[in-house]
Design a protein around this ligand. Structure first.
Ligand SMILES: [Cu+2]
Length: 123
């Protein structure tokens, strides 16, 4: 008889705990609060302009997968030479784009003017 009482009390207690849990949770799934102030990452302009036979900025930091755009503001044609990665000519007012898929430091120059140099750092 004593054993039976212990079993009954145990079952009662378990039931009480379960009831308390269900009541406190109210049957709803608790969702983390949505942060409405969170903004999309700012897209920085990965643009290099060619001014007076120089790349501006001369050193540009970008992320893997970013596209770098060179804009030719000179009145002459330039050719971006990135080793074996890219070589293309573009005239005044035109742009040249290249996607950097691998991390690294990319030294480039104008194929027509070896003194025109720049660096793209991809991380
Ligand atoms: Cu040039």
């Amino acid at each position: 008889m004593k054993k039976m009482n212990i079993v009954l009390i145990s079952v009662f207690c378990v039931g009480l705990i379960l009831a308390a849990l269900i009541y406190s949770n109210n049957g709803t799934i608790i969702q983390p609060p949505i942060n409405t102030t969170q903004k999309a990452p700012q897209k920085v302009s990965n643009e290099v302009t060619i001014e007076n036979f120089a790349f501006v900025p001369n050193i540009l930091n970008v992320k893997i997968g970013d596209t770098v755009t060179w804009k030719n503001n000179n009145n002459t044609t330039h050719i971006i030479s990135l080793g074996s990665y890219a070589k293309d000519s573009f005239k005044h007012g035109e742009t040249y784009k290249h996607v950097f898929k691998k991390a690294g430091t990319y030294n480039y120059h104008c194929f027509l003017r070896s003194k025109m140099t720049g660096i793209i750092i991809v991380s």
